[in-house]
Design a protein around this ligand. Structure first.
Ligand code: IPD
Ligand code: CA
Ligand code: CA
Ligand code: CA
Length: 279
């Protein structure tokens, strides 16, 4: 890993420091949660650890960069409309930190060790730093725009599979039970027989990190928010992969229906999702 990528008091160094500190604290609280609430639906959980971790990250970032803007999941009203509005309102910010303090809260609550801290910095709407930390495995995924993506100092590269029938893919079950879940059930039904296998492991940010690391050839999910995907999108791009919306249109932070891949299976995946949507 080049020194510059986490050196000194750089943006990346602060992001890494926040992710490591918050991640360590989150992990120390496994099994001792005292407040469990639901937000938008019974599938959308929040604990005092989500809120505490976001506060910790926010304070650290704003201490270092008091003029920057901050968008964190727990600072926004629940639901897709509010999250889109919050992003829109902050779209003029020169520097915007986009943070998911625990991506995979359901896993966290159940002690299923697949959750992450996701921290991104966008400059004029484009992600320039992305950090995803998996406290359970102590895996730190870091990318800086133009400088590559790394997992614990090792440069990451996307998987080499060039067809869906040789690919391991992942997706997520959306919290929206009315539109997004039925849509994705159709996609899953269409894709499952065509791929080597499918995983639904429960953290969009970590799924993206796994695409970057070459552990998955692709990932799609409907109805995500900026904090789920901001950091992971840069990991994927800097590892040589491709990000888009579900129709194959260019990725940006407002995209909710997200497709990520190694690039080689991207068009095939988009086509299968398109066909599934028409059934
Ligand atoms: C959720 C996770 C999950 C995905 C959901 C997200 P949260 O984030 O990323 O994998 O399927 O769509 O909302 O609520 O645990 O931060
Ligand atoms: Ca949540
Ligand atoms: Ca999330
Ligand atoms: Ca979260």
């Amino acid at each position: 890993q080049p020194e510059s990528i986490i050196g000194g008091k750089s943006f990346t160094a602060v992001a890494v420091n926040c992710a490591a500190k918050a991640g360590e604290w989150i992990k120390s609280k496994v099994g001792s949660i005292t407040q469990l609430d639901t937000k938008y639906s019974m599938h959308d959980l929040v604990t005092e650890v989500d809120k505490g971790a976001e506060r910790m990250i926010r304070n650290l970032i704003l201490t270092h960069f008091p003029t920057h803007s901050f968008l964190g999941e727990e600072g926004v009203e629940p639901g897709p409309e509010a999250s889109a509005k919050a992003l829109q309102e902050m779209s003029e910010s020169e520097y915007l930190w986009i943070v998911d303090p625990i991506d995979g809260t359901t896993n966290y609550v159940h002690g299923f060790p697949f959750y992450s801290v996701s921290i991104a910095l966008a400059h004029q709407g484009k992600v320039i730093v992305g950090v995803v930390y998996d406290p359970s495995r102590d895996e730190l995924f870091v990318a800086e725009r133009g400088k590559g993506a790394y997992v614990h100092g090792r440069r990451m590269q996307v998987a080499k599979e060039n067809a869906l029938n040789k690919s391991l893919l992942a997706t997520g079950f959306p919290a929206d039970q009315h539109v997004a879940l039925p849509a994705n059930m159709k996609s899953i039904q269409a894709l499952a027989p065509k791929v080597r296998n499918l995983r639904v492991a429960g953290s969009a940010a970590l799924h993206l990190a796994y695409v970057a690391a070459g552990r998955l050839s692709g990932f799609w999910e409907y109805n995500l928010s900026a904090w789920d995907i901001a950091a992971g999108s840069l990991l994927v791009e800097e590892a040589g992969g491709r990000m888009s919306d579900v129709a194959g249109q260019p990725f940006h932070l407002g995209v909710r229906n997200v497709v990520a891949s190694n690039g080689l299976v991207h068009d095939e995946l988009i086509e299968e999702l398109r066909v599934a949507a028409r059934t």
